[in-house]
Design a protein around this ligand. Structure first.
Ligand code: HAM
Length: 422
């Protein structure tokens, strides 16, 4: 038990961490060119922030939050997502003061007590962006383009983008009533969750994964038939902007998303080969959230991508094979008298910026050479008692096995001339 991490968590091991760094680097480069600035909010927040922000009737709040009372009696929750926290921080630090549009991005772990399976974890990582302060449809399009370009920049193919409008407080009540009328005589056939959704949040029924509920919701009224004029023209404009950027999408009037704060635009990007967990990114507009959390009316839009799913998609498409790690030099000390001079050589090599390794265990020459080989070292630098006495180092080219003796003070220059550094 002690040697196994909690269910639903994963270690990112040294052989895959390069892939994460690669993806994070892509994110930072892309966000920079779109003018998004990084924000890092705490891993935990007041529980109420998520209850109010995400919505009491969502699965995330009802079933999936890691909540506890801390030693001071506060109700605390590990963040299940970062939009509500980004908005909290935006308000607390008045990030709206300088600019009409505040552009933020984040990378970090989120926590949901979900049923773990491939692509679904209890601790997972998201890259997300939030654009706060402007209501116009161009911002929705900017966010969607960014999401698409992010995945494309990794070389991913075969992604699908689904788009919908979920309306706003003006038109949603009309749709809600139509949906209730549609489902009223089907209530007995719905699952227990959906029966309770019927009163509290009937749009959620459309999102139910149970086959019987999906069958019963066939032919349900579509939100896009109920949109008010404002939502309709906004939706049309978003589509026009996307088309102008050459972004392909398909319309999906059943796309409701799992969080309650969305208004107008909602979208999801899928990589279908991932099966049940194929949603790699999702987001939309959330014009009411800032006010809900206690701020002034502030329109906003954003998305988040699940990085574990992005990694799975990269793997499936064979897209990123990290280059084997290669040490520049491997220092080998032979005998007691060589230990300290070899250590001091190691330090000066590292100070000069070489990737230098040494086996501190004092094993035989053969064993240390094997280590140098395993580390893919370009050169081995051997110090035995003779070398120490003569103030030299034996430099062995690991490719050709050629050995030369080089004066201690000339070693770094000789390596620079051999161009071992990347
Ligand atoms: P979300 O759809 O709940 O949206 O999550 C975004 C992405 O996180 C999903 O598309 C998926 O790739 C990944 N994800 C979610 N749950 C898990 C899990 N248990 N294991 C692995 N990956 C998961 C949000 O979180 C919103 N805050 C997005 C947003 C930002 N909307 C506006 N701004």
């Amino acid at each position: 038990m002690l040697t196994q991490g909690p269910r639903g968590t994963k270690d990112i091991l040294p052989d895959t961490v390069d892939r994460w760094l690669y993806v994070e680097q892509k994110i930072r480069t892309l966000c920079r060119s779109y003018g998004y600035q990084e924000i890092r909010t705490p891993i935990f927040e007041h529980t109420e922030l998520f209850q109010r922000g995400i919505g009491d009737t969502t699965d995330v709040v009802e079933k999936e939050m890691y909540s506890f009372t801390d030693r001071g009696g506060r109700n605390i929750t590990l963040r299940p997502e970062n939009t509500a926290a980004a908005v909290r921080s935006f308000l607390e630090h008045k990030l709206y003061a300088e600019n009409a549009l505040t552009r933020l991005f984040y990378i970090g772990s989120m926590f949901r007590y979900d049923r773990p399976q491939k692509g679904r974890y209890r601790e997972f990582h998201q890259f997300g962006v939030e654009a706060l302060g402007v209501a116009g449809p161009a911002v929705d399009a900017e966010i969607i383009v960014l999401a698409v370009r992010f995945l494309e920049s990794l070389g991913l193919k075969d992604l699908t983008l689904s788009l919908n409008s979920v309306g706003d407080p003006a038109c949603r009540p009309i749709y809600r009533e139509r949906l209730q009328n549609f489902f009223r005589d089907k209530l007995n056939g719905l699952c227990e969750d959906c029966r309770s959704r019927f009163e509290r949040n009937p749009m959620r029924i459309l999102d139910c994964k149970k086959e019987s509920c999906q069958r019963l919701s066939e032919g349900a009224p579509e939100i896009t038939d109920c949109l008010c004029e404002d939502c309709r023209s906004h939706f049309e404009a978003v589509k026009a902007y996307l088309e102008s950027a050459g972004i392909q999408y398909s319309l999906d009037s059943r796309l409701v998303r799992g969080l309650d704060y969305y208004t107008k635009t909602a979208f999801e990007i899928k990589y279908p080969p991932l099966g049940a967990q194929s949603a790699v990114a999702g987001g939309g507009r959330y014009d009411g959230l800032v006010e809900e959390i206690g701020g002034p009316p502030t329109p906003a839009v954003g998305f988040a991508a699940g990085l574990e799913r992005v990694m799975l998609a990269l793997e499936t498409q064979g897209l990123y094979d990290p280059p084997p790690r290669q040490a520049d030099v491997f220092v080998i000390a032979l005998g007691e008298a060589a230990k300290i001079p070899a250590f001091s050589l190691l330090v000066s090599l590292r100070d000069a910026g070489f990737l230098a390794l040494m086996d501190h265990s004092g094993r035989s020459l053969k064993a240390q050479m094997k280590q140098a080989d395993k580390a893919n070292a370009r050169f081995a630098l051997i110090l035995g008692e003779d070398e120490v006495r003569d103030g030299v180092v034996t430099r062995r080219d690991m490719r050709t096995s050629e050995q030369v003796k080089i004066g201690r003070q000339d070693i770094i220059n000789s390596l620079l001339c051999a161009e071992v550094k990347d």
